[in-house]
Design a protein around this ligand. Structure first.
Ligand SMILES: [Zn+2]
Length: 165
């Protein structure tokens, strides 16, 4: 099922997600729907917060073919190294791209869609994507990393656009 993606400046995007207590059938269904929604968008990452489901769960696929699905439940960053700057976008902030600085290499511990704990080392694109999606779980959008002036301009534009719809 394709889910509705919340758009900035929707306040529900500011919700801090709770840990997933158990990877049960409800969570598995949510993972499936989130992959479907992400691929349909199309996007390379989606956090539960963006579809108004406030538990710590993200899905990612940065491959060109869309055949490397990665599901992270209750992700935690264990280590961060280096710095990388990349022009990011977000399904919740359509048609807006800005350069953001993040850690280049990260080590993450999480559970998969079977509830098994695993660790993953990520760099560059995958690392950026995981950090971006994990921010969503804490109610943070990539545009929050920009200057106050840029944020003000963007908000004005987004409010104007949402009134047109
Ligand atoms: Zn995003």
């Amino acid at each position: 099922m394709i889910l509705e993606i919340l758009k900035y400046p929707d306040k529900r995007l500011r919700t801090i997600a709770s840990p997933v207590q158990e990877v049960n059938s409800e969570i598995k269904k949510q993972v499936k729907d989130m992959f479907e929604t992400m691929y349909a968008a199309p996007g390379i990452g989606l956090a539960a917060t963006q579809v108004n489901f406030h538990q710590r769960l993200i899905v990612i696929d940065i491959s060109d073919e869309g055949n490397e699905p990665l599901c992270l439940i209750n992700p935690e960053i264990m280590q961060k190294n280096g710095e990388i700057e990349y022009e990011e976008g977000c399904l919740s902030v359509p048609n807006y791209y800005e350069s953001i600085k993040r850690a280049n290499e990260i080590k993450v511990s999480a559970q998969n869609e079977l509830g098994q704990t695993f660790e993953i080392e990520a760099k560059e694109m995958l690392s950026i994507c995981i950090q971006h999606e994990m921010d969503h779980l804490n109610g943070i959008l990539f545009v929050d990393h920009l200057s106050k002036l840029k944020q003000k301009r963007l908000k004005k534009k987004a409010v104007k656009q949402s009134k047109k719809l």
